[in-house]
Design a protein around this ligand. Structure first.
Ligand code: PMP
Length: 360
């Protein structure tokens, strides 16, 4: 059923399994029907399992950026200060956004490819223990760098009252992620990544502390009002018309994850992440980040490789689409997405194709 002429190895959108496509293709449910209430309630339960939380996980009809915006405008009040560790294109976005809504931002800027260490986090909090939140990006998709959320979250809680807010867009459903056990307050992901769905939905998980904070926020919001979304969520509903067909697809995708079991899903990503990195190094490329993610592999390539149409040849001759670098690394990096519906065979096929194209 899926278009097999091209296989996506991009870090989002990712490959969508046929059962998910079939679920999306069914006639749409009415969003105020009992059938949809049943569907979204089941999806909420699946999402709690995915995030490993007993708290609410909201489904929003928007992409990951919309969900991140929702965290800023719903949790804080004008003039509050948030701290963002930025080490790439997406975390840079979380530096730009809060100022637009009247929040103060403390930016801790790292070079692309670096990840924040425990000592950096401790030192930063010594100087900024008054911040209302610390924003961390679990996997910075532009560089393939991971952040140790478990350790840094503990450091934040030990040294401040700040909320721990995590961009889990390219990690949740691929990398080990334990919302409750790691003391995370807010986490966000999007459907087109490890959730094996097309783009269009985002999910936001909230702790009790985050829920309390939402009650006092005074920033303007309408479509992305999480208080409205939470009241509707209590009744198996959403405030506005949701992308019902994508919710049906998400239900099918999350059922697959539940069937496989989340720890097996994390282990599978660990295996294919290692395999990809080994193959990429064997092909003569250099892994870019210091702490590489098992969901996306980013490698420096000689500029002659990209100018010689390497990515185009992989697409036209082998039917495989990879990502290239972003921003200042556009012509220096390749990015291979392998989060979601990817297995050892997919990676072997990709590595064989890369070798063949390079040999040419
Ligand atoms: N955060 C990360 C880590 C991402 O990889 C992306 C998308 N690539 C985003 C945020 C933004 O998500 P979206 O494109 O769904 O708005």
């Amino acid at each position: 059923m899926s278009d097999i002429s091209h296989t996506l190895f991009t870090p989002g959108p990712t490959k969508v399994p046929d059962v998910v496509l079939q679920a999306i293709a069914r006639p749409p449910l009415h969003h105020r029907s009992d059938e949809f209430r049943e569907l979204i309630t089941r999806v909420s339960g699946h999402l709690q399992y995915l995030f490993q939380t007993t708290g609410p996980v909201l489904v929003l009809t928007c992409s990951g950026t919309g969900a991140m915006e929702a965290t800023f405008v719903n949790l804080f009040s004008s003039g509050e200060r948030v701290l963002v560790i930025s080490n790439g294109k997406f975390s840079d976005r979380w530096v730009q956004m809060p100022g637009i809504f009247g929040l103060d931002v403390v930016e801790i800027k790292l070079d692309w490819g670096k990840s924040p260490t425990s000592s950096l986090m401790r030192n930063v909090l010594l100087a900024h223990s008054d911040v209302s939140a610390v924003y961390l990006t679990h996997c910075e998709t532009s560089t393939g760098a991971t952040t140790d959320i478990k350790t840094l979250s503990r450091i934040v809680h030990d040294n401040s009252d700040a909320l721990v807010c995590v961009d889990g867009v390219s990690s949740v459903g691929a990398l080990e992620f334990r919302f409750d056990a790691w003391g995370i307050d807010v986490a966000v992901t999007a459907s087109q990544k490890a959730l094996m769905c097309p783009p269009g939905l985002a999910c936001v998980a909230l702790s009790d502390r985050a829920l309390r904070k939402i009650k006092s926020s005074d920033l303007p919001k309408y479509y992305l009002n999480l208080s409205e979304a939470l009241s509707a969520h209590d009744h198996g509903s959403t405030p506005w018309t949701p992308a019902v067909s994508l919710v049906a697809g998400l239900d099918a995708a999350l059922a697959m994850i539940r069937n496989e079991e989340i720890t097996n899903v994390w282990n599978r990503h660990r295996t294919i992440g290692t395999l990809t990195r080994q193959g990429i190094v064997q092909a003569g490329f250099k892994i870019f980040p210091e702490c590489p993610s098992d969901s996306v592999t980013v490698a420096s390539v000689p500029s002659s490789v990209l100018t010689n149409n390497f990515l185009n040849k992989l697409k036209t001759e082998k039917g495989m689409i990879l990502g290239r670098g972003q921003g200042k690394f556009k012509d220096k990096l390749i990015r291979v997405g392998h989060m979601g519906y990817y297995f050892r065979e997919d990676i072997n096929a990709l590595l064989n194709a890369i070798t063949a194209v390079l040999l040419e």
